[in-house]
Structures are given as C-alpha cells and as structure tokens.
Ligand binder design. Structure first.
Ligand code: ADP
Ligand code: MG
Length: 242
C-alpha cells in the first residue's frame, strides 16, 4: 500500500522560529486520522503545509501523487484533490446554499450549471441538508452552515479532506451534528486528516490518533492510546483536557 498523504521529516519555520521540527506521517487511502495537541503545537501549520497554504524549509510532502514540497508544484491540481474545511465557514451571504456549493465546480472545474447543481444536491444529501438548497446562510444555524461548508468541499470531489477544528466555533449543542457528518464521511471511506479537540471523535471515529507536541509527532496510536499515554506530555494533555 502506498500512502495518499505522506510527510517525511518536514521542517517549517516562521522567521527564526521553527514550528515543525521533523514531522513524518503516512496516511493510507481511506484512513481517518485525528490530530490532537495543545494550542501552538503545530497542528494547523502541518495541515496547511499539506495543502500548500504554507511552504516548507525541508523535508518532503506527497499528496495524491503531487510533490507538494516541489517549487514547481501545480498548486491548482493539488487543490482539486484536497478539500479543506476551517473553523470559519465563510459562506457568501448573498448566495443561496446551492449557489455557494456550485461556485467552485462552475468557476474552477468549468462544469455546466446542471452538472454543478447535481453535485451540490448530492453533497447536500450527504450532510443531511437536501431541503436547504434554496436557503441563505443567515437562515441556517452555525452547525448547518458548517455542514454546508463541508458539502461545498465535497462537491469538488476531493481525494482527501482536511479539517481544522471545524467545531471549535460552534455552540456545544451544534457540534454533534457536524461530528456525525464527519463520522459518516470516515465510514464512507474518505481519507481524512482531522485536527480536533473532540476527544470522543478521536477515540471512536479515527483509525489512528496523532498527538503533536512542540512541533513534533509525539505519539501515534489507536483510540486506546488516550487512556494509555506512553509519554508524560500526552498524560498531562489528557489530564487537562478531559
Ligand atoms: P496549533 O494549530 O497546534 O494551535 P499552529 O500551527 O497554529 O498551532 O501554530 C504553531 C506555532 O506557529 C505557534 O507558535 C504559532 O504562533 C506559530 N505560527 C503559526 N502561524 C504563523 C505565522 N503565519 N507567522 C508566524 N508564526 C506563526
Ligand atoms: Mg490550530
């Protein structure tokens, strides 16, 4: 098996400050990986490097056959294969849900409107919001808007999906519906890299959990690793977070 996402000894600095200090990780097709760790440990930076939102100083990153570390990378092609969803959903307020989702398929992939509309309908069904196609974002709850943001990404038919704390801005009662959508995606075989504070999601849904600490992959394991930390750092992190 070859990895769909592979980081090899990735170093990333901002100015003089090294924030990724030799990160290596291989994600197989269909795997859902939860990335946990303290604020500032480099989780978002690692995710952003995978999608070339950041460039790296050294190491290698290969994603769906794209050499992401290569200065000559075709960034557009990479991003066709990699969907990313952030904490802020950034839907266009003046467009309907359907129009928000159709935008990238029409403008980036040059699909016909009818095709894009069909993809939007499929994507909305996957996030359980088929009936909201003609609504405007402000008519939806935060959880529903985040599910639309996930649908928008799905409509581009990515090979892998990256999630960066997508439930962190939501009221607690709205996080469940978003996590359930992500669980369905994982069960459906989507390759996912999920930065999250949701330990329940990490334990129950993720195939593997990656604990990052001070710019390094500190521990990797399955759901049982949270109950059995092998390092004092993960033990301390769990003690504070649960
Ligand atoms: P996490 O997502 O785990 O909270 P980040 O990857 O956001 O961590 O940040 C890791 C470190 O890199 C932090 O010290 C942060 O301040 C720093 N950092 C992140 N982005 C930038 C940036 N654009 N410029 C300078 N420093 C940054
Ligand atoms: Mg972050």
């Amino acid at each position: 098996m070859s990895a769909v996402i592979e980081l090899k000894d990735v170093h990333k600095s901002f100015g003089q400050v090294e924030v990724l200090k030799g990160v290596s990780l291989a994600v197989e097709r269909g795997e859902a990986i939860a990335v946990i760790g303290r604020s500032g440990s480099g989780k978002s930076t690692a995710l952003r490097c995978v999608n070339r939102l950041e460039t790296i100083q050294s190491g290698e990153i290969n994603v769906c056959g794209h050499p992401v570390h290569d200065p000559k990378l075709d960034v557009r092609k990479l991003r066709l294969d990699v969907g990313i969803v952030f904490q802020s959903y950034n839907l266009f307020p003046h467009l309907t849900v359907e129009e928000n989702i159709m935008l990238a398929p029409v403008t980036v992939k040059k699909l016909r409107k009818a095709e894009a509309r069909a993809l939007a309908a499929q994507a909305l069904a996957r996030v359980g919001l088929a009936e909201k196609a003609q609504s405007y974002p402000e008519q939806l709850s935060g959880g529903q808007q985040q599910r639309v943001a996930i649908a928008r990404s799905l409509a581009m038919q990515p090979q892998v999906m990256l999630f960066d704390e997508v439930t962190s801005a939501l009221d607690p009662e709205l996080t469940g519906e978003v996590l359930r959508v992500m669980e369905d995606l994982a069960k459906g075989g989507m390759t996912m890299l999920v930065v999250t504070h949701e330990m329940g999601f990490a334990r129950k849904v993720a195939d593997r959990i990656v604990y990052m600490h001070q710019g390094r992959v500190w521990e990797v394991g399955d759901g049982s690793m949270l109950a059995n930390p092998q390092t004092p750092e993960l033990r301390a992190f769990m003690a504070h977070d649960l």
